[in-house]
Structures are given as structure tokens and as C-alpha cells.
Design a protein around this ligand. Sequence first.
Ligand code: PLP
Length: 400
Amino acid sequence: MHLSSNVSSLEPSATLAVAALCKQLRAEGRDILDLSVGEPDFRTPDFAAQAGIAAIVQGFTQYTPVPGIPALREMIAQHLERMAGRPVDPATVVVTAGAKQALFNACFVLFGEGEDVLLPGPYWTSYPELIRLARATPTVVLAQPEQQFKVTVADLDAATTSRTRGIILNSPSNPTGVIYSLPELDAIVRWAAERNLWIISDEVYGRLAFDSDRAPSVLDLDDALLERCIYISGASKAFAMTGWRIGFSQSPLPYANAMSALQSHITSNPSTPAQYAALAVFRDEPRVEHAVKAMVGVFRRRLAKALEALAVHLPAARVVPPAGAFYILVQVDAYYRPGIENSIAFCKWLLDEAGVALVPGTAFGDDRFVRLSFAAPEAEIAEAIRRIGVAVAKTVAASP
Ligand code: PLP
């Protein structure tokens, strides 16, 4: 097979690969508890689903303007205005096929050959590939659990060279659940602005914060700091709309125009009925407010249970309790053994031995960890962690 240099070293998404394997094993009749999932196990709010159906029935099934229907861009701009207390021009909003496409657009428009992009790790699995697709090079700045998985300005500064062009921030983070405080964000963005670096701030989990209504955002910072900043979010995680594929970016106008031009040649507009479903949500946010809060409440309860269960069943594992999103990055290297020497081997063995699916830490840049998602019913999470404990205890007992 001959593949172009564009994709010859591209790794498929590890998280989606685990999800596919789980589905396959279940289809074969195996009892699999899937804690690898990257999407809320909640239904799309009914009124949003109905708006999508109505759009189809009423014939809103043709192309729309590339950056999205004007009403949706207007409502997203108003949503951002309410959130950040500053005017937002709808022309600076580009609606995309999921936040993933907004990230692709941003990387492709900002970065290129011979340029480096700082990537705080552990990182979401798609970032390095998105940077490489733009022919730039990721420079991973790995944060340790001892620093709560947060990089500092000093860490970033040490990794910066004359080739460095930008940084991707992700708070709340997938996979660590870490949330940068406003002063921490301010310090990083200020530092980046002084060096003329671009910031791509992926805040797709922004509403899923356990100690406040939302995580601090780059949009909370001074105007002057946002001149080289692309904010990214979407409907997928907060509104349980992953399959609708609606995300968006907000950025300085020339870059919004460039991303729209890029998108015009790749996907044109995001799915038309899905835009109408998202419009219903952004037009009537108070209606979803209750559902979002209820979902976050459920995640908070599950997190507490999962942490309790981990302490009981995996006493040698270490965790930094997440402040948002729905993942726990669990340090399991204390359980590595001959034959189970890394996170991939650990996850394969666990799937086989205990019927539990987790995602190996290599997918996020640190092989000492596995990612456990609590976007699953509480009883399944408890049972999965119990099973992991039983499996691990057996290997510990069998070790010399
Ligand atoms: N950013 C992060 C950090 C994610 O975890 C995900 C999905 O898992 C995305 C972006 C993509 O979101 P979407 O489904 O809207 O493309």
C-alpha cells in the first residue's frame, strides 16, 4: 500500500479504537464493562432533538453558509457574551462539524512546516496528530501528578525555541480533568502574548466543572490578551450532543475568515439539521441549564464513588482527583509485571482478564497511566473497579 506523506505516520485515534474493540467483544457475547467512553451517557435534550427533526421535516436540508447559519452564529456569540461579559461579533464565530474540526481548522490555519507547537501533557490523544497534519511538530511539556498535571510558565518557557509558534491549552482537561484557575490561565496567556505565540484554548468541557458553574476561560482575560487566541468549544459534551457534530471556534476576524475558507473546501457547512438542533439549545439556554447542572451533579457523585472504590480495590494506584470533565487518570505502573509492562499491555490484559475497558496512557503521552471514564452508570463503575482489583490482586499474589 502506498500512502502519502500526509498520513503515512498518522496514528488512528486510540480512544475510538478501544471503543470499537469493546463493541466487537460485546457483539461476540462477552460481558464487557466499558470505562473507555469519551461521551456523556445522557440523552440530547428532547427539545433540541425535536428541533433537529423539525428542521428535516420543514426542508432545512440544504447547504448553509460555510461558517454556519447566521442565527446560530448570533446565538453562540450571545452565549459567549453572557459567559464572558464582553461583546462578541458573530462574524468571528465559525460553526464546525464538532470541536474536532474547529481544532483541525485552527491548527491548519496557524501552524506549518518547520514550526513547533507546545502541547502540555498528558494531552488529548488527537492533538499531536492534528499538529502533525498541519506539518508542524508537537513539543510535549509533560506535567507530573505532583504538580496536579498543570504546566507552569517556567515549564513552557524551558521548552520554547525560536521555532515555537503556539500552544494548545485544554481546561478542563481530557484526560486529567484538571482545571486551570484564572490566575494560572492569565499567567500562561500573558507569557504567550509577550512571545507572540498563538493560543488555541479547547474548552469543550468548560461546563463540566465540579466546584463552580463553569471552568475559568480565556474569554475571562483582558481583551489585549486575546489578539492571538482561538477559543474552541461546542455542543457535544455539555449538551450530550456528540453525534450531532456541532462545535465552533471564536477568534480574531481574519482568522475566522481563513478557517471558514479552509472549511469551504473540506466539509462545507456542518450538517444543516444538526445546526438547527444546536440553535434550539443556544437560543434557549435556561431550558438546558437544569439538564447541564443535573448531569454535572451525577458526574460529581460518580466521581466520589469511583475515587472511594479505587482507594479500596487498587491501593497502589495514584490519582489526582479531577476538577472537571468525566475522566480519572489513574497511575497504575505499580501493578506492571513481566508480560504486563506498559499501559497497552495492562489494558489488553484487563480487557481479557476482567472484561473492563480502559484507555492506555500512551494515548495521552504518559505510559504510567490508564484513563478511566465515569460516563457510565454508577453500578458499572463500581463493578468495573472491583473487577480490576480482583484481577490485579491475582497478579500481585502470583508475582515472586
Ligand atoms: N477536545 C477534547 C479535549 C475532547 O476530549 C474531544 C472529544 O473527545 C473533542 C475536543 C472533540 O469534540 P467533538 O466531539 O465536538 O468533536
